[in-house]
Ligand binder design. Structure first.
Ligand code: C2E
Ligand code: CA
Ligand code: CA
Length: 917
């Protein structure tokens, strides 16, 4: 009975246990399956979202670059005016090249009449037929017209919705308008081309995994207007949306994943997991149902299996998570790789310097088109076959590997690595046909980030032929007189110093002959400068024949020449040479159909009797020459001591100068220094004027040398500095101007040990901040005593004053040498600027100076700019500032105040505030 009763209870227990196992395990496998599926979908969506965000980001960056360019173009027109059609083309063509979706760039004017406002196109750079110069931009319809009006009324860029293009009728033309100068600039672009080149960047249509739609929501969500749509067969409902503001418009970009690329159905592995789970569940249930009562061992077994199953399920889920992270990482790094490869190709092909990449043994792997062109061989002949060292002359290599003991390519690397980056290695590369190419080259190792070992080398070389040529031209011009090709004043000084050294060591005499042509001025005045120049050339040719190899004939300027006789036998020898020169000029010259005769007056000073310094010998030879003139010209005179007392004329000026300071006959004028790009004032130069009661205005060029000789320049210079600082502080206090005032310094002032004391006292007395004072020193002054100059300038810099080099280019100093001094700015001498329009040599020199100064990070200012054409050239060469009559003559303080007031008033009225007056 008891067994009968217990029978159903027994089955019930058995069944319920099996059911419990079935339900629990079934639920568990179903749960694991669901979460694996969710993880799969999340992963796919994350991939899609990442890709869509990247594409959209490219679009956003491109649009903002486009707006920046449009703004830059408008600013350019504001500042420089629209210029000529050609110039407009020069500025806009590169923009079109960078953005292929731009179909036209236009500058149009505003033409307001009673019949309505027109916007006739003045310049158009277009790859279609629309718009041509003269066309009215408003004709494109109300959208275009209202965007133009909006742009004119603000400083922002305005965009239209897509318009039908008059070129080919495609309805996706967007116009961007910005106010510029007296009109508007307009950029025309195609939305389809924009989408193709940014969202897809040329990707094959079959490979596209996302479809984009762009909606314009500028007029609110209810007026949303779909302006672009990729063709899709059947997208998912899932989408990713980002808003992109573009000029005045708001765009929404909607990305939809393509079903062909993003898989949402369960992956086979996930499904398999579910089947396996259920199979195990069923098995377990069966085992429980049939064996539960009989075998507890088996029950325990099942329990273990269950635990194992749960563990393996968990492991599966964990694997899914790692897999997901790994995929995400791979997508990101592949995108970065793609981007950097495209960038690399673009750099290699567009660079105008040679780029040579080698493996770690130095064998060439990459040889870009510029390298092919520079070295005259094709990449095919070089890649895998040669090393960069193969293009370097063995002598150079031998020179470079000194000390390192390295050979070949490694030597080059070692030599370029030790150097300062601002001072790259310059040498001649040997071209494939054996020719030489001056170039500057740098080599860097490529380090494998994963091992830290060197995996290759990158050599970059630039062709510096033009710069080398310009440098040697500068060098020559610096030492030789361009007209006669004789050594000039500075080379003469150097040679004379050298000859004096030799003469002193060898206890030999030396003679300096000062030659001046009698009445040469009349040739110039009556027959013109060209005849005068031709005569000087012919005369100097004859001079050269009168002396020996080792003697120097130099031109001091005008009709003055100097002959230095070294290694000479005595006064008779000097007299003989002077006699020969006089004789040589006896025969007339045939100049432009005239028979001309000139005679010289010659003064002779002999070392050591008449002086032991170059300057003194020249000065005494000069005095003797004046005496020769007094003696009736066409003769020579030796220097005698009494000549030096013949200075009454100079004394006279000197006395009047002395008085001038007491009687307040001096005045300081100010000339603006302005930025070439904007016309804004960046400084003033203080220039001294002397109102002599007897002779009226005397030019500083006349009286400053006398003031320098007599030492009067020290008190006068101090007065100039004090006056200029006071005045500048007054303008600052009146809020008219806040720029440095530049004061010229003479050598004499520099000799005074008190210079810095004077400067700081004046700054303190006037209250002018040190940064608002600039000291101008000539190049010759700096080079006269470089050590002392460097000390004084360093102290000046510590004080905080600005330092500039005046009349740069007239003496000779290499820019690299000048860089040792704490110099803020170079002022290119007027004589170079005067002829840049007509003399290609002068233009090349000025351009080279500017470029070299940029490299050394020194500011450049061009002096004596008188024409718009000069300014334009300087601006093209990125010369940052200029000074000259084009902007303003030097003005007395009260006129400068009036000018500054006017500018300030214009500024307050919002009128254009250029410094041009
Ligand atoms: P600088 O320092 O080279 O000054 C520039 C000279 O060029 C000034 O002549 C100026 O009037 C002139 N100038 C400016 N723009 C133009 C232009 O577009 N075309 C031409 N043809 N000339 C232009 P300025 O005032 O006659 O002075 C002559 C020289 O006298 C100065 O040359 C400077 O060396 C010296 N100087 C002037 N004031 C002082 C001073 O206070 N102290 C010292 N030590 N020297 C001074
Ligand atoms: Ca100056
Ligand atoms: Ca100057």
């Amino acid at each position: 009975m008891s067994s009968l009763l217990s029978l159903p209870t027994y089955w019930l227990r058995r069944l319920s246990l099996a059911t419990v196992v079935l339900v629990v395990l079934g639920l568990a496998s179903e749960f694991v399956y669901r979460s694996a599926l969710t993880a799969q979908r999340d992963r796919v969506y994350a991939e899609f979202q990442l890709a869509a965000a990247q594409h959209i980001d490219t679009l956003r960056t491109r649009l903002s670059a486009l707006l920046d360019l449009q703004e830059l173009l408008a600013k350019h027109v504001d500042v420089a005016g629209p210029g000529s059609s050609n110039e407009f083309g020069q500025v806009t063509r590169p923009l079109m090249r960078v953005h292929p979706f731009i179909s036209a760039i236009v500058y149009a004017e505003v033409d307001a009449r009673e019949s309505g406002v027109r916007y006739p196109v003045r310049y158009a750079l277009s790859d279609g037929v629309w718009p041509q110069p003269g066309a009215n931009l408003a004709e494109e319809g109300p959208h275009a017209a209202s965007a133009i009006v909006a742009a004119l009324g603000s400083s922002r860029t305005y965009a239209t919705p897509p318009l039908a293009s008059p070129d080919d009728g495609t309805p996706d033309g967007i116009r961007l308008f910005a106010a510029a100068g007296q009109g508007v600039t307009a950029v025309f672009m195609h939305l389809n081309d924009l989408a193709e080149s940014t969202l897809w960047a040329g990707m094959d249509p079959d490979a596209r995994d996302i479809a984009f739609t762009i909606v314009d929501t500028t007029d609110g969500p209810s007026h949303a207007n779909e302006i672009y749509r990729d063709t899709v067969e059947d997208g998912f409902q899932t989408a990713y949306v980002e808003a992109i503001p573009f000029a005045n418009r708001n765009w929404l970009v909607i990305a939809t994943p393509m079903p062909t690329h993003y898989q949402l159905d369960p992956l086979p592995s996930v499904s398999r997991q579910r089947y396996a789970g259920w199979a195990i569940t069923l098995l377990a249930t069966l085992i429980v149902a049939f064996l539960q009562s009989r075998n507890t061992v088996i029950r325990g077994h099942v329990a273990r299996r269950t635990a194992e199953l749960a563990r393996s399920n968990q492991m599966l889920a964990e694997t899914n998570a790692t897999l997901e992270a790994e995929i995400r990482h791979r997508i990101a790094s592949e995108a970065a790789l793609r981007e950097s490869a495209t960038l690399q190709q673009a750099i290699l092909h567009s660079a105008d310097y040679a780029i040579i990449l080698t493996d770690k043994d130095g064998l060439v792997r990459v040889f870009n088109p510029a390298a092919e062109q520079m070295l005259g061989c094709s990449a095919a002949d070089v890649v895998g076959k040669r090393t960069p060292a193969a293009f370097i002359h063995e002598d150079d290599l031998a020179r470079l590997n000194q000390g390192t003991g390295e050979t070949g390519f490694a030597a080059l690397l070692a030599a370029t690595q030790d150097r300062d980056a601002s001072d790259p290695l310059e040498l001649d590369l040997i071209q494939c046909d054996g020719g030489r190419l001056p170039s500057s080259i740098s080599v860097s190792p490529i380090v494998d980030a994963s091992h830290g070992s060197i995996s290759g080398y990158l050599a970059i070389a630039a062709d510096i032929t033009h710069r080398k040529a310009a440098e040697s031209r500068i060098l020559h011009l610096a030492h030789f007189d361009p007209l006669t090709d004789l050594p000039n004043r500075s080379l003469l000084h150097a040679r004379l110093e050298e000859a004096l050294d030799t003469a002193a060591t060898c206890k030999q005499p030396l003679a300096v002959l000062f030659l001046d042509l009698d009445r040469f001025k009349y040739v110039n005045d009556s027959l013109g400068h060209q005849a005068g120049d031709a005569l000087l050339k012919a005369v100097s040719g004859r001079f050269r024949h009168c002396v020996r190899e080792q003697d120097t004939v130099a031109r001091m300027g005008g009709d003055e020449f100097i002959v230095v006789l070294s290694d000479f036998e005595g006064r008779e020898h000097a007299a003989e040479v002077a006699g020969r020169i006089i004789e040589a000029l006896n025969a007339p010259f045939e100049i432009k159909g005239h028979r001309l005769t000139v005679t010289p007056s010659i003064g002779i000073a002999v070392y050591p009797e008449d002086g032991d310094k170059a300057d003194l010998l020249i000065k005494h030879a000069d005095a003797a020459m004046y005496h020769a003139k007094e003696q009736g010209r066409n003769n020579y005179q030796f220097y005698e001591r009494r000549f030096s007392t013949d200075v009454s004329a100079r004394l006279n000026i000197e006395n009047r100068l002395r008085r001038a300071l007491e009687k307040a006959e001096f005045e300081v004028y100010y000339q603006p220094q302005v930025e070439t790009a904007t016309g804004e004032f960046i400084g003033l130069e203080a220039l001294l004027r002397w109102r002599d009661p007897e002779h009226g205005m005397v030019s500083p060029q006349e009286f400053i040398p006398i003031a320098e000789d007599s030492g009067l320049i020290v008190p006068i210079g101090e007065w100039v500095m004090r006056t200029a600082c006071q005045q500048n502080q007054a303008w600052r206090a009146a809020r008219l101007l806040d720029v440095p005032v530049a004061v010229n310094l003479s050598a004499r002032q520099f000799d005074e040990h008190t210079l810095l004391g004077t400067v700081s006292r004046i700054l303190e007395d006037t209250g002018l901040p040190a940064s608002r004072l600039e000291l101008e020193l000539t190049e010759t002054l700096i080079m006269r005593n470089p050590e002392m100059t460097a000390d004084v300038l360093d102290a000046g810099k510590r004080l905080g004053v600005q330092i500039s080099v005046d009349d740069f280019g007239t003496g000779y100093s290499s820019l690299a040498y000048l860089k040792r001094f704490p110099i803020d700015r170079l002022k290119i001498d007027r004589s170079f600027i005067a002829d840049i329009e007509t003399e290609p040599d002068d233009a090349a020199i000025a351009q080279t100076i500017i470029a070299m100064a940029h490299t050394l990070r020194i500011d450049v200012l061009a002096e004596g700019v008188e024409t718009v054409a000069q300014l334009r050239m300087l601006r093209n060469w990125a010369c940052s500032a200029y000074q000259g009559y084009l902007c303003s003559h030097p003005l007395p303080a009260h006129e400068m105040t009036a000018l500054l007031r006017g500018l300030r008033a214009a500024h307050m009225l919002g009128l254009p505030e250029t410094g041009h007056v």
